[in-house]
Design a protein around this ligand. Structure first.
Ligand SMILES: *Cc1c(COP(=O)(O)O)cnc(C)c1O
Length: 235
């Protein structure tokens, strides 16, 4: 086994251990938590090593890079997640290759996805990205925008909204991240009562290399981990 493959395999095992420890510390079943391996830092070969080590769900933050990797023969068995911003003009090429879009943050984008999905004859699975930080982040719905949007979701016949996603604040460290994660979970729990019939939002995509254990303790069902998986791997 090459050194890179060995490193990535060991890194993955360690991340899975940490996921399991965080889950059991709050009496959650580690099996409830899905690891999305974010491969945006590396090329096809290293991504293939992660896949071979057993990380089937892979994430990219740029649509273009996702398309390229989704076409690579070595990565044919991966399930792709788009975790970064999606522009409406990139929806058509993205939908056929993704399992889940984590980062939908406007009604306009939802409408574009619905229309494309109808034309392509598929159902698009999405998460709604919420900005829980109060920071002037470029992307993400405010809590109020989310509440206003929920009643209209059933109009979108070709979109299945599965849950919410957030990015913790850049500043403030773990304590602030913990507040952001708690806020997303509360928003989800409180939205349950307001959701129209047929809309469920079970998934919470939150937590990255710096804070995924805190996210799991706060209720994450999906963690998006990049750097930790490629520790020691030369760029
Ligand atoms: C890069 C990225 C991640 C992974 O970040 P790490 O800190 O490297 O684990 C997760 N989510 C999104 C949206 C990203 O862009």
């Amino acid at each position: 086994m090459s050194l890179t493959v060995q490193l990535i395999t060991d890194n993955l095992a360690r991340v899975r251990e940490r996921i399991a420890e965080a889950a059991t510390s709050v009496n959650r079943d580690p099996g409830e938590i899905q690891l999305i391996g974010v491969s945006k830092y590396v090329g096809v070969a290293e991504t293939a090593a992660l896949l071979a080590a057993g990380c089937i769900d892979l994430g990219e933050s740029r649509p273009q890079q996702l398309w390229e990797k989704a076409e690579a023969q070595e990565l044919a068995s991966a399930r792709w997640h788009l975790v970064g911003h999606l522009q409406r003009n990139k929806v058509r090429r993205t939908l056929p290759v993704v399992e889940l879009i984590h980062s939908v943050d406007s009604w306009r984008l939802l409408k574009a996805i619905d229309q494309c999905a109808e034309e392509l004859g598929l159902t698009a699975c999405v998460l709604l990205e919420v900005n829980c930080t109060g920071e002037n982040a470029k992307h993400g719905l405010s809590a109020d925008e989310l509440r206003r949007l929920l009643p209209s979701l059933p109009e979108l016949k070709h979109v299945s909204a599965r849950g919410l996603m957030t990015m913790a604040a850049l500043k403030g460290g773990l304590a602030v991240a913990e507040n952001n994660f708690a806020a997303l979970r509360e928003l989800r729990d409180e939205s349950l009562g307001e959701c129209p019939l047929g809309v469920h939002l079970p998934e919470l995509s939150m937590g990255m290399s710096q804070d995924f254990e805190a996210a799991i303790r706060a209720g994450a069902t999906m963690v998006r981990v990049g750097s930790c998986l490629f520790d020691g791997v030369a760029p």
